[in-house]
Design a protein around this ligand. Sequence first.
Ligand code: 13P
Ligand code: SF4
Length: 304
Amino acid sequence: MSNENIKNQIEKIKKKKNAVILAHSYQNLEIDEVADFTGDSLQLSRLAASTNSDIIVFCGVYFMAETAKILSPKKKVLLPNVKSGCRMADMIDLNQIKTFKKAHPNIPVVCYVNSTAEVKSESDVCVTSSNALKVVKNLGAKEILFVPDTYLGTWVSEKLPDVNIITYPGYCPTHLNIMAEDIINKKEENPNAIVLAHPECHKSVVELADFAGSTTQIMDYVFKSNEKEFIIATEKGVVDRLSRDLPQKKFILASKRAVCPNMKRHYLEDVLTCLVEEKYEIDVDENLAKKALMSIERMFELCK
Ligand code: 13P
Ligand code: SF4
């Protein structure tokens, strides 16, 4: 079947079943052609909470679909390819967070949204890369535990020196594929380029950046800027979208190894099958979901 045919079928079934398709900005570009909304983790979780649809098809990774289910427990949440986990989220499980908390008792736990429902249920508040600074600042604690991303935690800690942040040693293997050396080399080849980095990158990369922020914040920066050349230190999907939307500007991917294999698992055929067969359905235990929801709702309150 041609892509045009697949897209037409998706549109028809989507209407018939009152479904909405959410897509993260690291997805294969073709997914945008059927997505109702695209964005970063925070925007997509807000959309998941507010949609009136009966079905949410989440073109992203497992924790994103799980977060959508926690926010919209009555809706059917589907992930087109069930193998699309997040390698960072899988670095900490329930036992590991309990052990981490025991080693540092009575300290509030801040979890990055890139975590499982179990980890969220053991946390006081959740953050995304776009609101981590605001949420931690507004939390008002002198000391926090930050899980699972040690690099995002370190970035927050440098921006908020009054808060002592103890980070869990998790990381994103895709962002760690970007080396400081890559930025230095690309900057030598493109001396006028502005460097934009995701805070999941290694500290040595973020230090070389002109701006660090979430995927949407990086894209917004480019749209508002008068500059013409940008070195992008995050997953390739951001460069694909910027090159598509702003062909008059030059976008240089910091490293060709900055590709998240799990984000790239969904294709148009998978979205169609997912809608037709209503699989793979993501479920979260009700009690666990209630506890996890508290940390997400606290995030929404603290980042107003
Ligand atoms: P954003 O919240 O910036 O979209 O990041 C999600 C992610 O998985 C980054 O690796
Ligand atoms: Fe997880 Fe990294 Fe992929 Fe984002 S890029 S989904 S943090 S593995």
